[in-house]
Structure formats: C-alpha cells, structure tokens
Design a protein around this ligand. Structure first.
Ligand SMILES: [Zn+2]
Length: 119
C-alpha cells in the first residue's frame, strides 16, 4: 500500500529514529552524540559503509532552522514582543530544534545507506 508500507522504508525510519543498528535493531549505532560506533556490539555489523561526513547533518540543520526562524519572525511581527522574549524563548527553541533533529536525521541516512547498499 504505497511507499510507507515498504518494509525496507519502515526499517530505515525505525532504526534512524531510535538510532539503532539497521541490521539487528538491538544496539545503538551511536557512540556519543553524532559519532558512529565502529562495529555493532550486538551483531558485529561494520559501520565502514557509512559516509562519515556531516554535510547531511548541516542540511538537516537548515531544514529545521528554516520553519523555526519563520515562527520567530511571525511572533515578532504579530506580537512585537520585547527582545528578552526571543532570548528566553526563541533562541532555546531554535537550539533544541536544530540539535534534536541532527541525530535522527543522521540515523536515517546511515540506515538508508546500509539497506540500499545491501539490496
Ligand atoms: Zn546490529
């Protein structure tokens, strides 16, 4: 039933969202915040297949930041709040939104690289 019924895609989304090994789904693919483990401790999968550049992570940052900045600008125009509202509310939302999206996005990329190469 369409793209989202695809078992491979479901595996990519699941492994990426939880940061789990795309092969066994039992152990984390991360060793630290964005650094990948060399080898899966559960099934021994070698993560050499994954490209270790953070360009895609930067891309995710822009994708997340854009709508958030849009919201910040909208708040400014609609409510004209004092500057400290942005310092206390907008800045943390931007930081959390960007940092929070990096990990699942990188996980998705790694999982899709693995499952597409394996196919
Ligand atoms: Zn594994």
């Amino acid at each position: 039933m369409g793209l989202f019924d695809n078992a491979k895609l479901r595996r990519i989304v699941h492994a990426g969202w939880h940061g789990l090994c795309p092969e066994c789904g039992k152990a984390s693919m991360f060793n630290g915040w964005l650094k990948l483990v060399a080898r899966c401790p559960a099934c021994g999968l070698d993560y050499k297949f994954a490209h270790a550049d953070d360009g895609p992570a930067f891309f995710a940052l822009c994708l997340t930041a854009f709508p958030l900045i849009f919201v910040v600008v909208w708040v400014q125009v609609a409510f004209d709040p004092p500057w400290w509202v942005h310092a206390l509310v907008s800045a943390p939302i931007l930081a959390v939104g960007c940092l929070g999206s990096l990990r699942p996005f990188k996980g998705w990329l790694v999982a899709s690289q693995y499952l597409n190469n394996a196919a």
